[in-house]
Design a protein around this ligand. Structure first.
Ligand code: NAD
Length: 478
């Protein structure tokens, strides 16, 4: 296997400042030194994507799909190496990394296969000598901007449909996880993807982001990340001379409601897995628990029993939760813990750092969190769970909805009436019943509501292809 530095030098070729790619579990472990891209480097990458578009768009869709199927196979063969790199670069446990790699190669295969059925439709005409049909075509150069928390799978669930559809791509992953993306680009190249179809740019969003989204050669932007950055991109894209398609998948503040009819052992399991799995750094993480007052004290006991068994440590060992991704997020989490203690909430579990060489935190739980305080309203993106009591189902649903976000929500209940009322009234793009809020399947479309991403385009599933295709309507007479 090549060294990580060799991998970086081969695929990441910026002329800008140097960035140290550090293992969050061990601050002294530098995986590679990365040369970041400048604005000029970004412009060059856009030009390469423009130059290659016609050729790639004209490549028959089944041929494009075959390359993705091959890339999926190659990634599967290298799954262990991808997973180890993911754990070292981002911090999630090896078990979670393997799962993400599996998801990623399955996504490559899923969208590779869909290339064989990209199709328009035929419609009846009022005129007997006319045929009406539609043609699906790629958009052009699309920019994909992605976060670090699912450094491979989010990127692949945008990239695979974009390529299947015949677009060329500007790929801008989070600066924190560039090596993994370099490895993906390597696999695509080995699978036969022509040079210039995918163009990697690794740079700080605050420096190169505006150059990407405001360029008139960029026909579409698909962004996953924070609501703050998403809203900025939305405004910038809206003011461009060239109308640009945009897709936004943003932050969350997901609630799990524990109904009075719930199986409390199951509820505690789902709460802990949803809140602390992936170190709470998931857009679908359970960040708030809303608990029916009638079962509050029994549930609290089960919750504390379960969280005591939650093992924190090096992702490469047999643990449930690895470190927080970096110093910035670590400090942010600690600030929220201090804030919670001073804002009237009661710390009932955790709250401390764990003395190791990396950014390790205990799973942390606050109770008595009211809907007015920041712990309840703001996305933290760390292993911190807020618990709020509700007097009945109606109040619980109001509390679930009482935030600006609408990504995911869950209910634990055995009462079919309560479940159906929850499904009808909760404003969230994904709703889980007796399941953890975390975890999505690739064949099912998803997209957040409210400030979690209020655009109409869905990601994953067959529907995801639509974002990357335009439809031409033809009236053919004779
Ligand atoms: P972020 O918004 O800081 O960065 C996301 C990406 O945008 C990165 O590639 C970053 O470099 C880039 N970026 C930053 N500033 C930019 C700018 N001005 N212009 C263009 N690009 C810019 O988010 P993050 O910290 O990487 O990820 C965590 C966030 O992502 C959380 O809010 C989380 O909820 C969200 N997220 C959402 C989903 C979803 O499907 N809705 C999935 C995963 C993560």
């Amino acid at each position: 296997m090549k060294s990580y530095q060799e991998l970086a030098d081969k695929w990441i070729k910026g002329n800008g400042e140097e960035y140290l790619d550090i293992n969050p579990a061990d601050k002294d472990h530098v995986l590679a030194k990365i040369k970041l891209y400048t604005k000029d480097n970004v412009k060059e990458a856009i030009n390469r994507a423009v130059a290659k578009f016609e050729e790639w768009a004209k490549t028959p869709a089944p041929k494009r799909g075959s390359i993705l199927l091959k890339a999926g196979e190659l990634m599967e063969q290298e799954a262990q190496e991808f997973a180890l790199l993911m754990t070292l670069e981002e911090g999630k446990t090896l078990k979670d990394s393997i799962f993400e790699v599996m998801r990623s190669y399955n996504l490559l295969k899923f969208y590779g296969a869909l290339a064989f059925k990209i199709s328009g439709k035929t419609l009846p005409s009022a005129d007997p000598n006319t045929r009406i049909f539609t043609l699906k075509e790629p958009l052009g150069v699309v920019a994909l901007i992605t976060p670090w928390n699912f450094p491979l799978s989010i990127l692949v669930w945008k990239l695979a449909p974009a390529l299947t559809a015949g677009n060329t791509v500007l790929l801008k992953p989070a600066t924190k996880t560039p090596l993994l993306v370099a490895k993906l680009v390597e696999v695509l190249s080995k699978a036969g993807l022509p040079e210039g179809v995918v163009n990697l740019v690794v740079g700080k969003g605050s420096e190169v982001g505006d150059t990407i989204v405001t360029d008139d050669s960029v026909a579409a932007v698909s962004f996953t990340g924070s609501t703050e950055v998403g809203q900025r991109i939305y405004r910038l894209v809206g003011s461009k001379k060239r109308m640009t398609r945009i897709q936004l998948e943003l932050g969350g503040k997901n609630a799990l409601y524990i109904d009075k009819s719930a199986d409390l052992t199951l509820a505690a399991e789902l709460a802990v897995r949803g809140a602390f799995g992936l170190t709470g750094q998931s857009c679908t993480a359970t960040s708030r628990l809303i608990v029916h007052k009638d079962i509050y004290s029994q549930f609290k006991q089960r919750l504390l029993e379960r969280v005591k068994k939650w093992r924190v440590g090096l992702g490469t060992e047999d643990v449930d939760m690895g470190p927080v991704v970096d110093e910035f997020q670590f400090k942010k989490d600690l600030e929220y813990i201090e804030y919670g203690k001073n804002a009237g909430a009661k710390l009932i579990y955790g709250g401390n750092t764990i003395s190791r060489k990396g950014y390790f935190l205990e799973p942390t739980i606050f109770e008595g969190v009211t809907s007015e305080i920041r712990l309840f309203k703001e996305e933290i993106f760390g292993p911190i769970l807020s618990v709020t009591e509700a007097k009945d189902l109606d109040e619980a649903i109001r509390l679930v909805n009482a935030v600006d976000y609408g990504h995911t929500a869950g209910i634990v209940s055995t009462d079919i009436k309560a479940i159906n009322e929850f499904l009808a009234r909760v404003e969230a793009g994904v709703i889980k019943v007796n399941k953890p809020t975390v975890g999505l399947e690739l064949q099912a479309p998803f997209g957040g509501f409210k400030n979690s991403g209020a655009t109409t385009w869905k990601e994953m599933g067959e529907e995801a292809l639509e974002f990357y295709l335009k439809e031409k309507t033809v009236y053919e007479g004779w």
